[in-house]
Ligand binder design. Structure first.
Ligand code: UFG
Length: 330
C-alpha cells in the first residue's frame, strides 16, 4: 500500500484518479479548496483537506502530517478562453502553485511528482499528430502556464532529483463507466457536456465556435480521451518515476473528431437532436490537436480502452441523466 497526495482531487480528472487509487487499496489525501471541486466527488476513504494549494503554510502542514510516495497535481486554472482574458492570472497562479508544491515535496523528501499538463502547450500543429518532441509554442496563456510549469519541474529534477511525469492531456471527456463520478464544471465550457445539456434541454443551444477553419468540415478537430483511460496513464507513470526518471507524455487516442462530428455523435447516442448555432472562432483555439500516443504505449504499456467517441459520449450522457443538477443534486 502506498500513500498519495492529490491536489484538485475533488475536480473532474482528479476525482476519478482518487477513486482508482482508493479502489486499489492506496491511501489518499486530497487538497482541494472546493472552488471548482465537489465534496461529493471525493471517494469515501480518501482524506479531504479543504485548502488552497497556494497556501504554503497549509501545504507544509499536510506534508508534516503524512509521508507521501508521490504527489499528483491536478489543481489549476484550466480554461483556454478564460486564460486569454486573464493571461497574467493564469500564468502566475498555475506556475507558482506547481512550483510551491514541488518545493514542499522536495523539502519533505517526496521526490515523485505527476503533473496534469495539456496539449495546449503545442499551439498550431507542425505535423498531423503531435509528438512529445513537436514544437512547443502555445497559442493560449493556459498552455503557456503549463509549459512554464513543466520547465520549472525540469529544474527541480536537475537540481533536487524531483522526478516528474507530465501528462499532456488532449480532451478529457466521459465519465466513470460505473456511474459513480462525472463531469461537473461551473461554468461548463467543454463541448461534450454542453452538447449533452443542449440535447437534454438542461442548457441553451450550443454555439459552434468557428466554421471557417482549414479542416474538412470547417470546425476544430480534437482528440477526445476517456477520463478512465487518462486515470490509467496516471497510475502507470508511477512505475516510470520509480525507475528514477522524469518523462513527458501525450495522453490522447490518436483519433481526431470535428465539432460537427461530436454534435452528430451526441445526437445519435442521446437519441435527440443537439440544437446549435454557428458563431465566431474562440480565441486561443488551434484548428487541430491530435495526439501521437506512441511513447506512452511503448514505455508504460498504456492502451486506450474506453475511448471510442460513442463510449465517451454514452458515459457522459448516462451520468448527466442521473445527475441533472450535477453534484449539487447529490
Ligand atoms: N467548442 C464549441 N462550442 C462550445 C465549446 C467548445 O464549438 O460551446 C469547440 C471548441 O472551439 C473546440 C472544441 O469544441 O474546438 C473543444 O472545446 P473544449 O472547450 O471542450 O476543449 P478545448 O479543446 O478548448 O480544451 C480542452 C481542455 C484544455 C486542454 C485542451 C487540449 O479544456 O485544458 O482540451 O486539447 F488544453
Amino acid at each position: 500500500m502506498a500513500r498519495y497526495l492529490v491536489t484538485g482531487g475533488a475536480g473532474y480528472v482528479g476525482s476519478h484518479t482518487v477513486l482508482a487509487l482508493v479502489q486499489r487499496g492506496d491511501e489518499v489525501v486530497v487538497i482541494d479548496d472546493l472552488r471548482q471541486g465537489h465534496r461529493g466527488a471525493v471517494a469515501p476513504g480518501a482524506e479531504l483537506v479543504v485548502a488552497d494549494v497556494a497556501d504554503r503554510r497549509q501545504v507544509a502542514e499536510v506534508f508534516a502530517a503524512w509521508r507521501f510516495d508521490a504527489v499528483f497535481h491536478f489543481a489549476a486554472l484550466s480554461l483556454v478562453a478564460e486564460s486569454m482574458a486573464q493571461p497574467l492570472r493564469y500564468i502566475t497562479e498555475n506556475l507558482s502553485n506547481t512550483l510551491t508544491l514541488a518545493e514542499a515535496a522536495v523539502q519533505a523528501g517526496c521526490l515523485r511528482f505527476v503533473l496534469s499538463s495539456t496539449a495546449a502547450l503545442f499551439g498550431y500543429p507542425d505535423s498531423e499528430l503531435m509528438h512529445e518532441g513537436s514544437r512547443l509554442d502555445p497559442v493560449s496563456a493556459y498552455g503557456e502556464s503549463k509549459l512554464m510549469a513543466e520547465r520549472g519541474l525540469d529544474w527541480a529534477d536537475r537540481v533536487h532529483g524531483l522526478r516528474s511525469a507530465s501528462l499532456r492531456y488532449f480532451n478529457a471527456a466521459g465519465a466513470d463507466p460505473g456511474g459513480r463520478l462525472g463531469e461537473d464544471h461551473n461554468p461548463e465550457t467543454h463541448l461534450i457536456p454542453l452538447a449533452i445539456d443542449a440535447a437534454l434541454g438542461l442548457g441553451p443551444a450550443l454555439t459552434v465556435f468557428g466554421t471557417d477553419y482549414d479542416t474538412p468540415d470547417g470546425t476544430c478537430i480534437r482528440d477526445y480521451v476517456h477520463v478512465t483511460d487518462l486515470v490509467d496513464a496516471h497510475l502507470r507513470v508511477l512505475d516510470v518515476l520509480g525507475q528514477g526518471r522524469s518523462a513527458r507524455y501525450n495522453v490522447g487516442n490518436g483519433n481526431g473528431y470535428s465539432v460537427r462530428q461530436v454534435i452528430d455523435e451526441v445526437s445519435r447516442v442521446c437519441g435527440r437532436p443537439v440544437p446549435f448555432r454557428t458563431g465566431p472562432r474562440r480565441p486561443g483555439d488551434p484548428p487541430v490537436l491530435v495526439a501521437s500516443n506512441a511513447l506512452l504505449r511503448e514505455e508504460t504499456g498504456w492502451r486506450p480502452r474506453h475511448s471510442s467517441l460513442s463510449e465517451i459520449v454514452r458515459t457522459a450522457w448516462e451520468w448527466r441523466v442521473a445527475h441533472p443538477r450535477g453534484y449539487r443534486g447529490g
